[in-house]
Design a protein around this ligand. Structure first.
Ligand code: GRF
Length: 202
């Protein structure tokens, strides 16, 4: 399973996936692509000996021009799976359609709650008792594709968004590698009925 990972920042989820797949007989991270040259995740990729590409969205006239160039870079690696790991760009329908059934994202909320940004503060403001993260297949709807796995934790009454973000991050590092591994092992797929694990609805 050829995997390409897209990042914009620290890449701690990338690291969790690199560590988990080390020694996997079939799964191979072929490349890491960042839209920011200063993303720390690029250093993580370098340390792991993974090919890196930087494509700055500001160098392109519009979203579609950027996504088209991005698809060209990604497709050089003939990926079976594209993993969005803190990639902070909204993708065009052209992009999401091109990678339909082989595009995963992690979102820091218990979807369908709190799509979009600032999820930790929004969960606190909403008075939620629980918060967490979700891995989902990406479709045209932002943060709206079929959920593969979620992890939840309780919100404490004195939690700040920062504290909550840290605890959710630790959960992300547990569930994202699991989902990627399921896909690489041929156990996870997107069907008409949604995400299936071992042919069972999730
Ligand atoms: C994570 O919180 C992820 O859910 C998101 O961006 C963050 C990426 O963190 N949307 P990292 O770059 O993997 O450390």
């Amino acid at each position: 399973c050829n995997i390409v990972v897209l990042i914009s920042g620290s890449g701690s989820n990338l690291q969790a996936i690199i560590d988990d797949l080390a020694g996997h007989p079939k799964a191979h991270i072929c490349a890491v692509v960042s839209n920011r040259a200063d993303a720390y995740g690029l250093i993580r990729a370098e340390k792991a000996g993974i090919t890196r590409h930087v494509l700055n969205h500001k160098d392109f006239a519009d979203r579609l021009a950027f996504d088209t160039a991005l698809m060209q870079v990604i497709d050089q690696h003939q990926p079976d799976l594209v993993v969005l790991a803190g990639f902070m760009r909204i993708l065009t329908p052209e992009f999401t359609r091109h990678y339909a059934h082989r595009l995963l994202n992690i979102h820091p909320s218990l979807l369908p709650k709190h799509k979009g940004l600032n999820t930790h503060q929004r969960a606190i403001d909403a008075g939620d008792h629980q918060h967490g993260c979700s891995v989902h297949f990406v479709t045209e709807e932002l943060d709206g594709g079929p959920v593969v796995i979620q992890a939840a934790l309780p919100i404490q009454s004195n939690d700040t968004a920062e504290q909550l973000a840290q605890r959710v991050h630790a959960l992300e590092h547990q569930i994202y590698p699991l989902a990627v591994r399921w896909f690489a092992d041929g156990r996870l797929q997107l069907s008409e009925q949604g995400a299936l694990l071992d042919q069972q609805p999730l």
